[in-house]
Structures are given as structure tokens and as C-alpha cells.
Design a protein around this ligand. Structure first.
Ligand code: CP
Length: 312
């Protein structure tokens, strides 16, 4: 594997999940694999879990780690070809990407959707800009449209907690005061399409995710109906995709409650706004998997880095 940019880079999900679980049992088993190799983590946006878990994963493989908050500390980058750079941008992606690739063996990048221009966001200019001008493997730590390290951690968490042949898994939209990107929802949907599960997406009308991604998925606008007999409920907010980047409703009736959850396990990628997205009773109850999910971020990153290192 050269890059890990999306769920499509996983050749066999169940094998990867099994390998990740084996790494979790003996995290430092491959400590020599990354010796004399360096990973550079570039953050254009904030992070807690991704930053610490990816660094931890690299350290478990014996790698050296460099971290840069590019969004606040780096030069403002230009992505357009032939631009006369007499405005706000100071450095072109062509130089920046080539320079970064001299300092490390793998580069991992976080660059969220700006939610201002769908075409620009879907062009993934940061991730694809680096992919175009670097000679080294790239790991997606959440881009405009995808969060594949999160979805792989979610797959590990599902596998660890599932006792059904074909579990019912519900992805439920929840209210949020700010406009959030679609990346987590998109990658969770793509990951669920690789699972043997009864998968249902529920959201208010107007919050349809990219139909190319949800093609073939069951969509139910009645949340109560969608949640019937669920084994796992994954809650996430996203802004409108059709009315791009807009918050259309903040209906608190969509917040996840212990009553609505029933006997299902609760999942969320975190960070989460308590008593807006989900009530305290769910997060503080024993059906919540959110802390385990966050822990599994280390092993999703570690299996990805291991596969890249084996191909260097
Ligand atoms: N879930 C997740 O990606 O968390 P951070 O934004 O804190 O990295």
C-alpha cells in the first residue's frame, strides 16, 4: 500500500481488523519495523485523538515523530497552478510538499472541509496537492470528505462488541449549533458497506449525505422507526450536503437519549457536545463505547502505518 487516503485503500477489512486487534494485544511487537523512519504529522485543524493516537501508533512501531500545527504555524499555502501570488498566500504547495518529503518517510495530514465551496472541498486540494508533489506515502488524518482512520477504528470497535451474525447498525444524525463536515459520516457509511450488517441511516429531510456514497443504503427519516431493535447506534452531526455547509435545523428531538437508545451500544467519534448531540445518561452509562472507540484509533493508525512501512 502506498497511501491511505480513503476506505478504498483497505484491501480486506476483516483481515485488517483482525490484525489491528492482534496489535492491540501486543502493541510493541513490531518495534523494529519503523527504526530510522520518520513520520511527519501536519495539522491544518485542531485534534486531540488523531494527534495522540497517530503519534502513539508510530512510537509503537519504533518511528520518530515530528508534529506541526501547519494551520496556525505554517505559511499560508497556494494550490492553484499559475497563480500570481500577490495576495494572502506565501508558499506554493509544489515547494511545501517537496520540502516536507525530504524530512520524513511518511506524511500524515489533517485538513478539514471549509464548507464554503463544495467543488473545492471535493477536490481535496491539500491531500491531493501533497499526493501530487510528494514522493512519500500519505495518510489521511481527516480530509474534506473522509476520515478513514476513524472508520477503521469504528470497525475494530464494532467487531469487539458484536455478538450477532448480522447486527443492526444505525447511523443517526444529531443536532449541533455549528456547521460540521461530512467526513466522519461518509467514511462510516463506506466502512459499513463492507460489513455484513443491517445498516440504516436516519436524518431529517435535507441532511442527505452525498448520494454517490450512500447509494444502496437504507435511509429512514423517522428516527424512532430507524432505531427499532438496533444493536449499535452511531450518532454524528453533519451539515447539509445539498444546501452545502448550511445548518438547516437544530431540532433537539434528534438528540440521542437513553430511552431512544434502548439496549443498543452507543458510538460517537468524539469530541461530542453533551446534552446537545447526546444526553449525559448515555455517555455516562455502560452502553457507551466512545472511550473504547478513541482507544482503537491507536490500532487503526498502527495497522495502516505497519502496512505502509512493510512496503517502503
Ligand atoms: N475523532 C477524532 O478525529 O478526534 P480529534 O478531532 O480529536 O482528532
Amino acid at each position: 500500500m502506498k497511501h491511505y487516503l480513503s476506505i478504498n485503500d483497505i484491501d480486506n477489512l476483516s483481515e485488517w481488523v483482525a490484525e489491528a486487534r492482534a496489535l492491540k494485544r501486543v502493541p510493541k511487537k513490531h518495534l523494529s519495523l519503523g527504526t530510522e523512519k520518520t513520520i511527519c504529522l501536519l495539522f491544518f485543524n485542531n485534534s486531540l485523538r488523531t494527534r495522540l493516537s497517530t503519534q502513539k501508533a508510530a512510537m509503537n512501531l519504533g518511528m520518530d515523530v515530528m508534529v506541526m500545527n501547519f494551520g496556525s504555524e505554517g505559511w499560508a499555502l497556494e494550490y492553484g497552478d499559475g497563480t500570481i501570488m500577490d495576495q494572502g498566500t506565501s508558499e506554493h504547495i509544489k515547494e511545501a510538499a517537496q520540502v516536507v518529503s525530504q524530512f520524513c518517510d511518511i506524511v500524515a495530514i489533517r485538513a478539514f472541509a471549509k464548507l464554503e465551496d463544495k467543488t473545492k472541498d471535493e477536490a481535496e486540494e491539500v491531500l491531493n496537492g501533497f499526493a501530487k508533489y510528494t514522493s512519500i506515502p500519505i495518510v489521511n488524518m481527516e480530509s474534506s470528505t473522509a476520515h478513514p482512520l476513524q472508520a477503521l477504528a469504528d470497525a475494530i470497535t464494532l467487531e469487539e462488541n458484536n455478538s450477532q451474525n448480522k447486527p443492526k447498525v444505525v447511523l443517526s444524525w444529531a443536532p449541533h449549533p455549528k456547521a460540521l463536515p461530512h467526513a466522519v459520516g461518509n467514511s462510516f457509511v463506506k466502512m459499513m458497506q463492507l460489513q455484513d450488517a443491517d445498516f440504516v441511516i436516519t436524518h431529517p429531510k435535507g441532511y442527505e449525505l452525498n448520494p454517490e456514497i450512500t447509494k444502496g443504503c437504507k435511509i429512514e427519516h423517522d428516527q424512532e422507526k430507524a432505531l427499532e431493535n438496533a444493536d449499535f447506534v452511531y450518532v454524528k452531526n453533519w451539515s447539509s450536503y445539498t444546501d452545502y455547509g448550511k445548518v438547516l435545523v437544530q431540532d433537539s428531538n434528534w438528540m440521542m437519549t437513553a430511552q431512544k437508545l434502548g439496549n443498543a451500544k452507543f458510538m460517537h467519534c468524539l469530541p461530542v457536545r453533551r446534552n446537545v448531540v447526546v444526553e449525559d445518561a448515555v455517555l455516562d452509562g455502560n452502553q457507551s463505547l466512545v472511550i473504547e472507540q478513541a482507544n482503537n484509533r491507536t490500532f487503526s493508525a498502527q495497522i495502516v502505518l505497519k502496512k505502509i512501512l512493510e512496503n517502503l
